[in-house]
Structure formats: structure tokens, C-alpha cells
Design a binder for this molecule. Structure first.
Ligand code: PLP
Length: 393
């Protein structure tokens, strides 16, 4: 059957593609080290799982309001007050099936055919596809490596046209791990307010920040910026709950109402028991979040120092999330590959290390490594990459 035009141009997630190939090799008996993971390698904390089990036995196994349980919205509101000193009303919050679905629903309700969304590169793989699925046009602005992959207000200004509807800011960033400072956000925010551009602030890695760096939400910086911003967040990365699929959006009540109407005809609601689990995640002890953060920070510091010793690799030091995004162009050239994609493919075939090529993130000279795996495996992976390079030069 002929598929809809809408999906003809859809590219499958490159992150999932490499993970699938690594799994295939593993199933065939190869000792593959996968560094493609986009999720914490910790179990969901015990008290959260217990809350979900209790919810089930208490009979909370029915439909919930489409925008999420009132109690969960209250917990999210409290979280915004505590962490960002931001006040939202329940009508300004929607709980979705993960942050990914919150973004998808948002683009569906704000974009008309041909509306442009500014996406800084390197970007998270789903942004362009989601924009296109909503009839929008992604407009890329290059975050230069020498500027820690961040875009400047001048670059933003230059990308704006009379079709620009929104800009996405993802800080801490997947794949680079860099964090915009308060001053940088202020300067970008001024451009958005002046041109009345909606800011989509994806703060899913908010809790994973290192080296004394601070996460600031652009919505915190002024009442005008709060009005101009939709915050996207969730419990997937902070509480190691990727499979539970709970994320949310906060901002303008009209946008949230439209998103809720759309959800009422698509998902009906996020899974009831997962919502109870998310209530426990926010209302319960936060120590597990900090323990996971510390474990990631320790790995980052050890692995970053090792990574930059690999011949032909250079890397901007990440400040958050759980990815390293080294430039491997020189390594690819040294070893005789025409580009980094080919280098990554050979690395998987010959050294059995799965990295994600940066081309899927709009940065073809880079590769993404996730350190959401044990230090032992990380060290082993680096040794294999070093071996692979030394064999070829
Ligand atoms: N935004 C970014 C930048 C991500 O990296 C991810 C997950 O990989 C998401 C959003 C989606 O998270 P969720 O599991 O809540 O859908």
C-alpha cells in the first residue's frame, strides 16, 4: 500500500538504528559494547515502583483526565516552584506520554503548513522529524564547536523570517552535554521576545548537571520570557523512568488546552499507574536522583580524560546529561575512512564498539558516546577504539 506523503520523508531514529545493529551482533554471539544508550542504567528507585504497585491494587487502573491527574499536576507545580521559582496553574500544565510526546503534541498544535522552527545544531534526532510531521520546516542554526556548540543571538536573529514560529533550546543538551548560562539565555530570550517567537525549552536533563554548573530555565529570567516559553520536562532521565513514559509541558493556557484536546483524541491519557509512580517520584525522597547524578559525574570525569587521549579525538567537555560528543574527523582521516559515518560503522564491525554517528544529530564530524553504562565497560570500549586506530595508522 502507498503510504502517506507525511511519512515518506521520515527518517528512523539513528540512535535506535545503531542500538538495533549492536543488538543483532550481540545475538549472533559477538561481544559488543554498546555506547548508544539514551537512558540511565539504574533501576527506577524502589519507592516509585512500590507506589505503582499500590496504585494498581488500589484500583487506579482506569482512564484519567486527558491532561493528567490533578495530584500529579500539583506535584509538577510544586517542583517548578521549588526548583525554578516559577508559578504555574493546573490549566498551564499537561502530562503526556513522555517528553517526546509532549513535544510531538506541541508541534501539532502550534504549526501550520510552512511555519518554521529554528533548531540549533547539533540537535536531538526527533526535533526535525516532529516539526516536519506537523507540516513545519526545520531551520538549522549551527552551534559552532569553538563556541561549545552554542548558538549566538546574532545567529538567531539572522535565521528569523516572517514564517518563524518557534525556536528550540535544549539545555543541558543531548548530544553535546553543554549548558547555556543565564546570560546567554537572557540574550537569546530578548531576541525571541522582540520577534514574538515561542521558545520551546527542553529541560529533560535538568537534574543531570556537573562540575558546579547550574541549570537555569529561560522561563525564570523574566515574566515576559515565562509567557514566551513552553517548558518540556519529565521523569525519564531524572528518576530513571524511561519506560514509564511520563513527561509534561508547562506554559500558555491556550496552547496547553489545545494539546489536551488533541491528547483526548490520541492517547486519552498517559498510563494511570505510571502517573501514580510519577507522583511518588516528585513527592518522595530525592536522594536517588542525587546518587545517580554523582555516579554520572564520576564516570564523566574519568572517561573524558581518557577519551581526549585517543589519537584523532577532541572533545568539548560536557557540563550535563550523560553523553560525550567528540569530534572524530581526524581519527577517521588518519585511519583511511572518507567520513566519520564510515569510521563508526567499521568500529562496530571490527572492534565491536557501538557509537552513534553525529550525522543523525546534524554534526557529521562528531560521534556520540553515552556514559550511561559501567566504568569497566567504558574503559574497555576506549581500549578497543585505541586498538582499532593503532591497527589502521
Ligand atoms: N528530549 C531530549 C533532548 C531527549 O534526549 C529525550 C530522550 O532521549 C527526550 C526529550 C524524551 O524523553 P522522554 O523519555 O520523556 O520521552
Amino acid at each position: 500500500m502507498k503510504l502517506a506523503k507525511r511519512v515518506a520523508a521520515l527518517t528512523p531514529s539513528s540512535t535506535l538504528a545503531i542500538t538495533a545493529k549492536a543488538k543483532e551482533l550481540k545475538a549472533a554471539g559477538h561481544d559488543v559494547i554498546g555506547l548508544g544508550a539514551g537512558e540511565p542504567d539504574f533501576n527506577t528507585p524502589q519507592h516509585i515502583m512500590e507506589a505503582a504497585v499500590k496504585a494498581m491494587y488500589d484500583g487506579h487502573t482506569k482512564y484519567t483526565p486527558s491532561g493528567g491527574l490533578a495530584t500529579l499536576k500539583q506535584e509538577i507545580i510544586k517542583k517548578f516552584q521549588q526548583d525554578q521559582q516559577l508559578d504555574y496553574k493546573p490549566s498551564e500544565i499537561i502530562v503526556c506520554v513522555g517528553a517526546k510526546h509532549a513535544l510531538y503534541t506541541l508541534f501539532q498544535v502550534i504549526l501550520d503548513e510552512g511555519d518554521e522552527v529554528i533548531i540549533p545544531t547539533p540537535y536531538w534526532v526527533s526535533y526535525p522529524e516532529q516539526v516536519k510531521l506537523a507540516g513545519g520546516v526545520p531551520v538549522y542554526v549551527e552551534g559552532l564547536e569553538e563556541n561549545e556548540f552554542k548558538i549566538t543571538p546574532e545567529q538567531l536573529k539572522q535565521a528569523i523570517t516572517n514564517r518563524t514560529k518557534a525556536v528550540i533550546i535544549n539545555s543541558p543538551s543531548n548530544p553535546t552535554g553543554v549548558i547555556y548560562t543565564k546570560e546567554e539565555l537572557q540574550a537569546l530570550g530578548e531576541v525571541c521576545v522582540a520577534h514574538d517567537i515561542l521558545i520551546v525549552s527542553d529541560e529533560i536533563y535538568e537534574k543531570l548537571v556537573y562540575g558546579g554548573h547550574e541549570h537555569v530555565s529561560i522561563a525564570q529570567l523574566s515574566p515576559e520570557l515565562k509567557k514566551q516559553t513552553i517548558i518540556i520536562n519529565g521523569v525519564s532521565k531524572s528518576h530513571s523512568m524511561t519506560g514509564w513514559r511520563i513527561g509534561y509541558a508547562a506554559g500558555d493556557a491556550d496552547i496547553i488546552r489545545a494539546m489536551t484536546d488533541l491528547a483526548s483524541h490520541s492517547t486519552s491519557n498517559p498510563t494511570s499507574i505510571a502517573q501514580y509512580a510519577a507522583i511518588a517520584a516528585y513527592s518522595g525522597p530525592q536522594e536517588p536522583v542525587e546518587h545517580m547524578r554523582q555516579a554520572f559525574e564520576q564516570r564523566l570525569n574519568i572517561i573524558y580524560d581518557r577519551l581526549v587521549q585517543i589519537p584523532g579525538f577532541s572533545c568539548v567537555k560536557p557540563q550535563g546529561a550523560f553523553y560525550l560528543f567528540p569530534n572524530a574527523k581526524e581519527a577517521a582521516t588518519m585511519t583511511g575512512y572518507e567520513n566519520v559515518d564510515a569510521f563508526v560503522e567499521a568500529l562496530l564491525d571490527e572492534a565491536k564498539v557501538a557509537l552513534v554517528p553525529g550525522s543523525g544529530f546534524g554534526a557529521p564530524n562528531n560521534v556520540r558516546l553515552s556514559y550511561a553504562t559501567s566504568l569497566d565497560l567504558l574503559e574497555k570500549a576506549i581500549q578497543r577504539i585505541e586498538w582499532f586506530i593503532s591497527e589502521k595508522v
